[in-house]
Design a protein around this ligand. Structure first.
Ligand SMILES: Cc1ncc(COP(=O)(O)O)c(C=O)c1O
Length: 278
């Protein structure tokens, strides 16, 4: 199964539990995150079973653009591969000119599953309710639905309390979603405004999702940066290697803290990098 990298760290563990071998296709950062089209084409082969796309990706916050989606479609079509599109963060686009990013359902001629859930869409991970939407040509779509039904039955039913509350949770969740969206956009702006021209760090461009990635100078490893920030500044960031970033000082920040907490943390991060790297 093909998966993007850098990406969500649990994919490795989930794959291992399911006896699935992952083959990575890289996302590369230039002025923005781009899919390495040739690497994707090379990664797909006779033994491939599916392509996982995370739209927007965690933690890069990147979406496939229309050209990349077309290239993905061509690869899937050539090897008869379905797309598993993890769209749990789709409700959280950053402000950008242009049309809002969309999921991959309806991709012409390809079997697509779109994954979503309460965890991110209304900020309630502990409710443990999620869903899979399916599109694609019949009879493949019908067969997939009947297999998913069997899997759903095998894991036994979704808890009754959350099923009964679902309509109200979805309704009330709109307010929470708007608050999360407001907060992540404000925190993102704060991070950008804190950086002055000569700073030795930069926030990588992101188009959505709940995280920011900062590239700090490679005078320390990402782990050393993370430990120093924790020990000396009481600021928690995640070292990028956990997500599959190549070496260097990639640090992953959550955009979810309250605005004043995020601002204080981001300021300390900027000051620490200036103190260490000059
Ligand atoms: C890309 C991605 N998919 C899925 C999940 C898990 O979602 P859930 O809590 O609905 O299982 C996460 C959690 O952070 C995630 O980042």
């Amino acid at each position: 199964v093909l998966v993007p990298t850098p990406s969500y760290p649990l994919l490795d563990f989930i794959a291992r539990l399911e006896g699935v071998r992952l083959v990575r296709y890289p996302l590369l950062y230039e002025d923005r995150w781009r899919l390495d089209l040739e690497a994707l084409a090379r990664a797909a082969g006779r033994r491939s079973r599916a392509v996982v796309v995370i739209q927007p990706n965690n933690p890069t916050g990147s979406y496939l653009d229309s050209g990349e989606i077309e290239a993905l479609r061509a690869v899937c079509s050539r090897h008869s591969l379905p797309v598993i599109s993890d769209e749990v963060f789709l409700d959280y686009p950053m402000e950008e000119p242009g049309p809002a990013p969309t999921g991959l359902l309806g991709l012409d001629g390809i079997l697509v599953t779109s994954l979503g859930g309460l965890s991110k869409s209304v900020g309630l991970p502990q409710m443990k309710l999620s869903w899979i939407l399916v599109s694609g040509p019949d009879p493949l779509r019908e067969e997939l639905l009947s297999r998913l039904e069997l899997i759903g039955d095998t894991f036994l039913s979704v808890a009754t309390p959350v099923q009964l509350a679902l309509a109200r949770i979805l309704d009330a969740g709109r307010t929470v979603r708007d608050q999360i969206l407001g907060r992540i956009r404000t925190n993102r702006r704060t991070l950008e405004q804190l950086r002055d021209e000569r700073a030795a760090w930069e926030p990588l461009r992101t188009s959505g999702g709940l995280f920011a990635v900062v590239r700090a100078p490679a005078v320390l490893t990402d782990e050393e940066w993370a430990l120093r920030l924790l020990d000396q500044d009481r600021v928690q960031v995640h070292p990028g290697h956990l997500f599959g970033f190549p070496g260097g000082g990639y640090l992953v920040l959550s955009l979810l803290p309250p605005e004043d907490v995020f601002q204080a943390g981001a300021r300390r991060l900027a000051e620490r990098i200036a103190a260490v790297a000059g």
